[in-house]
Design a protein around this ligand. Structure first.
Ligand code: ATP
Ligand code: MG
Length: 420
């Protein structure tokens, strides 16, 4: 009886060649842009103590209450596959004793894990490009971080992206807002979904971004945090707005941005697209001034964001399908006859040294080798027989035009560049 093929876990996705190429384009844009803003890469663990997320993200959040891949290991430790990067980055910052070392500007790229309901753009293992800045006091830093996020996505030329900003206030102004919000919501409980009714008791601000349209219609006149800010928060928010204007970064205010996690204060933002259905947020973040002290460090202002690599890859794929998969192979080497096999391998090695991406078609049957060259999507075929070996030349075939010419070894690179 044939064994049944094993499948990956639902909501977990294989990144195969074409997609990884898209991801690498996104990563390259991130490294380039973040470098310009003097952010450095860190590589942080995937496994973290479960308690880290309970203490930072908050017990009432979706992530901690139902989405964590948490388990007890063979030694009895409570361990979790990280659902996001900020908590781990903060732990690492504290553990390395960096609280007196001035501003830290970090970025990371890696997998995150959440047991969500799988759908387009929503996976259980997905990748984030994240940025964290510890010691980011004022609105100037906020504006620069948002400008950096904007520059990163501009580098990718994705059209139709919109930056939305909001302020979540602080411990001084949120309680009064909370009361106003609860007053408004209490009068409408019958019309809100079950999840929102639960959130009334746990995390009422999250009701603002409920995806249920019935709930959204109830929120037309809901009190907005931006209209209840204390003086300091108000000044911070207007500093951010004028910073963005000075840097020519277009934005809109969206009072419904609340972020799912407990640790955010003041600035919250998202970059959204209308091209991915309900999963339209490609980048999201905010200020988390309370997190470092919540995890045991001194008060430290901080801000960060994370972008979903898969969602950005999907946008790139939709946008320029042609660019998405230009073949990797530039040159395929075809060897005609057993006697030239080793020589042709040396020629292939030389072409690689010269900077070309080369496959050797393996020698043997010529027709099969040409078929291989074709399947590899090679742009050029370099054909080497005994005559060519003896004369120090090759036959160069340009696949796009079918043109074939004899070129001496020393002129080969120039001839290829001319044909490109
Ligand atoms: P959403 O509103 O889509 O659930 P989120 O607020 O949970 O997003 P964050 O925790 O801020 O998202 O993560 C930042 C980014 O990571 C998101 O904007 C998105 O691009 C990506 N992301 C988050 N969760 C997933 C997931 N389950 N699958 C794929 N990408 C995700
Ligand atoms: Mg989510």
């Amino acid at each position: 009886m044939a064994a049944k093929n094993l499948q990956s876990i639902r909501g977990i996705h294989d990144g195969l060649v074409t997609e990884v190429r898209l991801w690498q384009r996104v990563e390259a844009a991130a490294r380039k842009t973040f470098g310009r803003y003097a952010f450095s890469e860190v590589r942080l663990p995937i496994l973290e103590p479960s308690e880290l997320f309970v203490r930072s993200i908050g017990e009432a959040t979706d992530i901690v209450s139902k989405e964590m891949y948490a388990f007890t290991d063979q030694g009895g430790d409570h361990i979790c596959l990280r659902p996001e990067g900020t908590a781990g980055a903060t732990r690492a910052y504290l553990q390395a004793g960096l609280t007196r070392s001035g501003t830290q500007r970090w970025f990371y790229i890696g997998p995150m894990f959440r047991r969500e309901r799988p759908q387009k753009g929503r996976l259980r293992q997905f990748q984030q490009i994240g940025v964290e800045m510890f010691g980011a006091q004022g609105p100037l830093e906020d504006a620069e971080i948002l400008a950096m996020a904007h520059a990163f996505l501009s580098e990718l030329n994705i059209s139709g992206l919109q930056l939305e900003i909001n302020s979540l206030g602080c411990a001084a102004c949120r309680p009064a807002y909370h009361d106003a919000l609860m007053g408004y919501l209490h009068a409408r409980t019958d019309h809100l979904c079950a999840t929102c009714n639960d959130r009334m008791n746990t995390n009422p601000m999250r009701i603002l971004d409920c995806k249920n349209t019935q709930c959204q219609t109830q929120l037309d006149d809901v009190p907005e945090m931006v209209k209840h800010l204390c003086n300091d928060c108000e000044q911070h928010f207007s500093g951010l707005k004028s910073g963005l204007q000075a840097l020519d970064v277009p934005y809109q205010i969206n009072a419904r941005i609340v972020r799912g996690l407990d640790y955010y204060n003041r600035t919250a933002f998202e970059i959204v697209t209308d091209q991915l259905g309900a999963q339209g947020t490609v980048l999201a973040g905010g200020r988390y001034d309370g997190l470092v002290s919540q995890l045991g460090g001194p008060p430290t202002a901080a801000i960060g964001f994370a972008a979903g690599l898969e969602r950005l890859g999907m946008l790139l794929a939709e946008q320029d399908a042609s660019h998405a998969d230009t073949g990797l192979v530039e040159i395929a080497v075809v060897a005609i006859g057993e006697s030239v096999l080793q020589y042709s391998m040396q020629r292939a090695a030389q072409l690689r040294n010269d900077g070309f991406n080369v496959v050797h078609c393996g020698g043997g049957n010529a027709k099969r080798q040409f078929k291989t060259a074709d399947r590899e999507g090679a742009r050029f075929v370099v054909i080497i027989g005994e005559d060519e070996m003896r004369q120090g030349c090759v036959s160069l075939k340009t696949m796009a035009t079918g043109k074939q010419q004899q070129v001496s070894n020393k002129d080969l690179n120039a001839a290829i560049n001319l044909e490109q």
